[in-house]
Design a protein around this ligand. Structure first.
Ligand SMILES: [Zn+2]
Length: 349
């Protein structure tokens, strides 16, 4: 089969790899219908994270189950499924505590999931899913073509934006500021609105993303950063700052912006993958009673909650995809995102 392999910085190839084979009884083979490139895929692409040996990539995909091992009971051949961006069993203590990203038996796509063996990368024609019952979420009934981008966001970005809002404790009537206008930040706006926020401030300088932010429910856009950004947020929140701030970038600057944009007693929900060393300034947080909650989003646990709203069209996170390419053009997909010609690229095998 064909799959995407990163060989080095800016060297993405779609090449022939071994077809996946069922081996443990707990696994499934999924034919990938759609996959995508994540903002976090750009760290190895740019060489920020070194690539020492060529390896498979891609961790967001939806597809149709081709075959399952004899111990699998939750998914059947022919099911349309959503895979979260990681493998999990759904049964261990951490999974049952709602932190399936810390599954005691799980792992990551494109690498080994412990004793359950290799999990293919999502940017390919087929994927062996090591712990199929825990990992895959079935989408009931027939799935129509137009639904696919929205369903694909439940692999990562929509669930991650939701995690930011849940972690910050967004409640009806809240004023929420969102730091970051990538796919996750835009989905965080959807999530804040869905949980009842009535003032939603998108911090964005990008005209097209500002427009999508407003379509998703942002009531205000703040282009300023740093001190001016903090002042602008206060100006929209009765002078005190936002009740909740959703940090969706992961840099020192974005975390600083988020912490300072929260009101005294406010909460920051953070989901941006930390790069560039954000650190928490404990004394200013202490002085202002600003809390922080969040981390890598356990999106598997959010799929069932969010799926009905995606299918009904009540929320439309699939609009974050602004480019679709065949799998064979995966290298162009990375380049388009790296050069900010696209917010998020969908790949079709
Ligand atoms: Zn687990």
């Amino acid at each position: 089969m064909l799959a995407t392999v990163i060989h080095a910085a800016r060297d993405i190839r779609v090449e022939e790899v071994p077809d996946p084979v069922l081996s443990t009884g707990r696994d499934a083979i999924v034919r990938v219908v759609a996959a995508c490139v994540c903002g976090s895929d750009l760290w190895p692409y740019r060489g920020v994270t070194p690539t020492e040996t060529p390896h498979r990539v891609g961790h967001e995909f939806v597809g149709v189950v081709e075959s399952v091992g004899p111990e699998v009971s939750a998914v059947r051949p022919g099911d349309f499924v959503i895979a979260p961006f990681y493998v999990c069993d759904g049964t261990c203590l951490n999974c049952r505590n709602g932190v399936s990203t810390s599954c005691l038996h799980g792992g990551w796509w494109g690498s080994d999931a412990g004793e359950d063996g290799f999990a293919d990368g999502g940017q390919g024609e087929y994927v062996r899913v090591p712990l199929a019952d825990g990992t895959l979420a079935v989408v009931p009934g027939p799935v129509v073509e137009e639904e696919i981008p929205g369903l694909l966001t439940l692999s990562d970005v929509m669930g991650t934006g939701h995690h930011a809002a849940v972690s910050a404790g967004v409640q009806p009537g809240d004023a929420v500021a969102v730091v970051g206008d990538g796919a996750v930040g835009l989905c965080a706006i959807i999530a804040a609105k869905r949980l009842g926020a009535t003032t939603i401030i998108a911090m964005s300088r990008h005209p097209q993303r500002q427009a999508l932010a407003r379509e998703f429910g942002a009531t205000h856009v703040v282009e300023e950063r740093g001190d001016e950004g903090v002042e602008a947020v206060r100006g929209l929140t009765r002078g005190i700052g936002a009740d909740r701030v959703l940090e969706c970038v992961g840099t020192k600057e974005s975390m600083d912006q988020a912490l300072r944009s929260a009101r005294p007693g406010g909460m920051v929900g953070y989901v941006g993958v930390p790069n560039g060393g954000p650190e928490f300034p404990v004394r200013p947080m202490f002085n202002r009673n600003v809390g922080v909650n969040g981390g890598v989003a356990p999106v598997r646990g959010y799929i069932e909650e969010l799926l009905p709203d995606v299918r009904s069209g009540a929320i439309r996170p699939g609009l974050v995809f602004d480019l679709a390419l065949p799998l064979a053009e995966a290298a162009e997909a990375y380049a388009a995102m790296d050069e900010r010609r696209a917010t998020k690229v969908l790949l079709r095998p």
